[in-house]
Design a protein around this ligand. Sequence first.
Ligand code: PA5
Length: 465
Amino acid sequence: MSIKVNYNNVMKHAIGEQGIPEIEYKSHQLLAEAAHAKVEAGRGKDMQGWMDSPYNQKEVVKQINATAKRIRKTCESFVVLGIGGSALGPIAVFTALKHLYYNELPKKVRKGPKFYVIDNVDPERMNALFDVIDLDKTVFNVITKSGATSETMSQYLIIMDMLVKRFGDKAGEHVIATTSEFKGNLIKIAREHNIETFYIPEGVGGRFSELSPVGLLPAAVVGIDIAEMLRGAREMDKKCKTNNMWRNPALALATIQYISIKSGKNIGVIMPYADSLKYIADWYAQLWAESLGKEVDSEGNKVNVGQTPVKALGVTDQHSQVQLFNEGPYDKVITFIEVGNFRNDCTIPNGCESYPDVNFLCGHTLGELMNSELFATRYNLVQRHRANYTIYLDTVDEYHVGALLYLMQLQTAYAGAMFDVDAYNQPGVEGGKNAAYALFGRKGYEAKAAEINSAKADDDKYIIE
Ligand code: PA5
């Protein structure tokens, strides 16, 4: 396993008063052990079905690979319809593991369909999609665990209407559903239209579902080795079997974040130094925010915990947010993701000898520049007593990406246990969902609609036209 975490720079010995004294870190061993025990006790149960994902999908992987093989042969475009945990994982893994201009490559180089993820209900984006795909040669993968999410179901209805108009009772052949076997409407609709379906296990929630058919089918369709991703997750799981926070990387990271958050570091920056990992930051932001941002603990006490994730990209954000990270409030922990070996590199050519201020770049590679800039940024942050840690990946491949995702899922689960909150629910998003249902006149939401209609109107005094 060539993933390592280096958290020297959150410790007092590196960043002084802003850091965690070793004695304080050690004093959390019991809490860490308890969190580890709680997560292990829940393995495979309730909403912790995701911990079984690396182990129990042999058959599913076979089926997914068979379907993917067929799609790769016959389709020109593969479109994921989903939102939140049903979209962010597929985007992150596709970007991490495929050519960064994959869709622009000629078909014989791609060897698979073009790949799109429509994770919003912006009408312009939806219509733009119809401008670039050929309906005859497209498969739509509608992904929703609940089988009820308004955004995804709206997209599905628009697509299905077009498909039925074009293909009649064969419309279902152009759709694959990924959903719960037991809940929601999508499964019923899928059966009605003879739509091929993959099931999301009951104990696997949206943001913990990338290593289930939610992520595995889209990945396999673009030619990603999903068995290897699961192997990476298994290896990470093994590494995290110990409850010793000096040896379990996910437990160490959960513990340092717990201590940091308790001491007022309410912002968690996630900053990969690789374009391929840019959307891992988006995926992690949802995982961390939606899992830990909670009003009450397990006993119903009001706690209002959480850490606001901020996405950044190295080196791009060195010319943007890093100014704030260096000189703004001491309210952040920065997570760097470093890649040891880029899959290919670019040498900066010689030939600028008469301009020494440019010539110093010549003969080096862009990979060297990227990682030197990471080193320099991290060094500067340490000089300014700014808390940061690094997750180091030897290279970006299926194995390491599977391991990284699992590491972050475990870190989140341990942190949830430490804060004693339910990392698997999201009651905070229900209010907005219900209000939207009421505005759309959904049956059963009449009282909400009345409440909205009687709400105090905005005061014109605070509106400037
Ligand atoms: O993490 C979660 O559970 C959510 O973000 C969901 O993924 C999101 O709301 C979409 O839900 P569904 O897959 O049911 O459409």
